[in-house]
Design a protein around this ligand. Structure first.
Ligand code: MN
Length: 137
C-alpha cells in the first residue's frame, strides 16, 4: 500500500506550514502555502496538502467558484446529493457558485491540490465519520 508521502510532501510547490487558520474547518492535519494572495487579484491560489484521513468540512463557495488541480496522492471530492469522486494527480475539479461539497485525502494516502478560489466560503458540518469510513480507498 502506498501512502504517497514522499511525492506529496516534495512536490513542485512547497507545502507550507500547518494550516492553523482553517483547522477548525478540517478533520485531521492539513498544510497551506498561499501562492497568490493579492488584494489586486480576484482569485486566490493555494497549495493545500492533506495527511491521510484529513478532509475539509462540507462548504460552499458563494459568489465565486473553486478550481482544484490535483498535484499528488489520492483523495476524494463530493458534491451534496452526488456520489463521491476519487482523485489522483492530474485530475481537475470545477466547483460552481453555491454548490455544497467537500474534498480531502483518502484514509491511507497523502493528497495535495492547488486550489484556485474566488468568492466567500461558507463552512458547514464535518463529513461524518460513518460516511468517510465507508469510502472504499
Ligand atoms: Mn472547496
Amino acid at each position: 500500500m502506498t501512502n504517497n508521502k514522499q511525492t506529496v510532501t516534495h512536490g513542485i510547490f512547497d507545502m507550507g506550514d500547518k494550516n492553523d487558520a482553517y483547522a477548525k474547518y478540517f478533520v485531521g492535519q492539513s498544510y497551506l502555502n498561499n501562492l497568490i494572495k493579492d488584494p489586486a487579484i480576484s482569485v486566490s491560489v493555494g497549495n493545500v496538502t492533506f495527511e491521510p484521513g484529513c478532509r475539509n468540512n462540507w462548504h460552499i463557495h458563494h459568489d465565486g467558484f473553486q478550481l482544484l488541480l490535483v498535484t499528488g496522492g489520492a483523495g476524494w471530492y463530493q458534491e451534496s446529493g452526488h456520489s463521491v469522486r476519487k482523485l489522483h494527480a492530474g485530475d481537475v475539479v470545477v466547483t460552481y457558485d453555491g454548490v455544497k461539497h467537500w474534498h480531502g485525502a483518502t484514509k491511507d494516502s497523502w493528497f495535495s491540490h492547488i486550489a484556485i478560489t474566488a468568492g466567500t466560503p461558507e463552512w458547514l458540518e464535518p463529513v461524518s465519520e460513518a460516511q468517510y469510513n465507508a469510502l472504499e480507498d
